[in-house]
Write a protein that binds this ligand. Structure first.
Ligand code: ZN
Length: 258
């Protein structure tokens, strides 16, 4: 991190957040697409970038689209998953893993499917939108690790189950699908019990995840928001940082080390 990129106000917020984290018993993080942007993963809600330029990913990322035109779904997602599998965590992921190692952060709830929190060393990660780590057959209980998915494609370009020849779908939540019940229940429990919810890189606009900070506030906990774009919770946040997430979280770590 280049310290020159952190302004005086930002430094004050970093110190404030560091002190708050140290003084608070139960701290939980909630992360969204913004935390992976410094790893070169575009926020897919930002149109017009790379792979997303020609297709509306929102239209393709539905369970109906998967069943209706599985080849088209995979034509689009196969290279994207390849690309995602090679991405590496950035200093924002690393800062959250460091907080957990120091016993200052209980868990990370994430909307991201890229596995980067785990790659960075975070141990308690709740992936409420699933993850690219595995793919499952839609007709039988077979499940495949990401590394094996490539070997499942048939001549047409559709990932096919080796047990029953059913369609294999990545274990990420598509539009029109329910969020994984276990993960959501755990996320709700954590947010209800958190004394501080650290929201990083999420616009906090997509429900049901957007309702999680409300649970923390409803139980008398506090929230801090570290993200560039405005969020519906900005006025409730005790600390609000809007610089680059990697710089901001590294500044918080640096403040803890002083
Ligand atoms: Zn099967």
């Amino acid at each position: 991190m280049n310290p020159l990129r952190i302004s005086g106000t930002q430094r004050a917020s970093a110190v404030e957040l560091a002190e708050l984290i140290e003084a608070t018993e139960r701290v939980v993080a909630l992360t969204g697409a913004g935390v992976s942007v410094p790893s070169g993963i575009p926020d897919f809600r930002t149109p017009g970038k790379g792979l997303w330029a020609k297709v509306d990913p929102m239209a393709l990322a539905t369970i109906d689209a998967f069943h209706r035109d599985t080849k088209r779904f995979w034509d689009f997602y196969r290279p994207r998953f390849h690309d995602l599998a090679d991405k590496e965590p950035n200093p924002a992921h690393e800062a959250l893993a460091a907080l957990e190692r120091r016993g200052l952060l209980g868990a990370v709830i994430t909307q991201n499917i890229d596995r980067l929190h785990r790659k960075a060393g975070s141990e308690d990660v709740i992936e409420v939108h699933g993850s690219i780590a595995t793919a499952s057959c839609t007709s039988c209980p077979a499940s495949y690790p990401l590394e094996q998915v490539e070997s499942l494609f048939d001549a047409e370009g559709i990932a096919t189950c080796t047990c029953c020849a059913g369609k294999v779908k990545p274990d990420v939540v598509l539009f029109g699908e329910m969020l994984p019940a276990d993960a959501m229940a755990r996320a709700e429990e954590l947010c209800s019990g958190a004394d501080l919810l650290l929201c990083v890189g999420s616009s906090l606009e997509v429900y049901p995840v957007a309702g999680l900070p409300e649970m923390t506030l409803g139980h008398g906990g506090r929230i801090a928001v570290v993200t560039k774009s405005p969020t519906p919770y900005d006025r409730d946040a005790v600390v609000r940082m809007n610089g680059d997430v990697a710089d901001e979280l590294q500044a918080v770590l640096a403040a803890l080390d002083r």
